[in-house]
Design a protein around this ligand. Structure first.
Ligand code: ATP
Length: 140
């Protein structure tokens, strides 16, 4: 078994997609080991996306990520990291609607920023991100 960090971003939560996304997660064979609704402040959102701090879109990303509550989950499954990334689909939700119409970003995303979901991109980032939100949880 492997663990990953999944997040429903502010547009997903405010658009009332949380229950539907949780249903999709469970149907795909993941166990939701931990879950938490939380409001990110600027400092926390900046630290979470630290790797993008030099990108031109970074200030917009921080504004977006702090625009409302996010729903954070630790998911357990064999190949959780790559399977969750596959389930959410490509970063750009516009493209996801065409190339991956059954993906979560096709379901609730709008564009390359407002893409309604996040998933750790490797086992090492999963470890970091799980610790970031759930200090007492190991990465499996
Ligand atoms: P995430 O890390 O949130 O799962 P990702 O790995 O698919 O997304 P990254 O390239 O890591 O994509 O970008 C992180 C986030 O920054 C994206 O999910 C999106 O919200 C935002 N972002 C990425 N590219 C752009 C862009 N060109 N313009 C605006 N926002 C962007």
């Amino acid at each position: 078994k492997e663990r990953t960090l999944a997040m429903i971003k502010p547009d997903g939560v405010s658009g009332n997609y949380t229950d539907e996304i949780k249903r999709i997660i469970v149907e795909a064979g993941f166990d939701i080991f931990k879950e938490m609704l939380t409001q990110l402040d600027k400092e926390t959102a900046s630290a979470f996306y630290e790797e993008h701090s030099s990108r031109s879109f970074f200030p917009h990303l921080v504004t977006y990520m702090t625009s409302g509550p996010v729903f954070v989950m630790v998911l357990d499954k064999r190949n959780a990291v790559s399977d969750w990334r596959a389930l959410i689909g490509p970063t750009d939700a516009q493209k996801a609607k065409i190339s991956h119409p059954h993906s979560i970003r096709a379901l609730c995303g709008k564009d390359s920023q407002r893409n309604c979901a996040h998933g750790s991109d490797s086992t090492s980032s999963a470890e970091r991100e799980i610790k970031f939100f759930f200090k007492d949880v190991n990465s499996g």
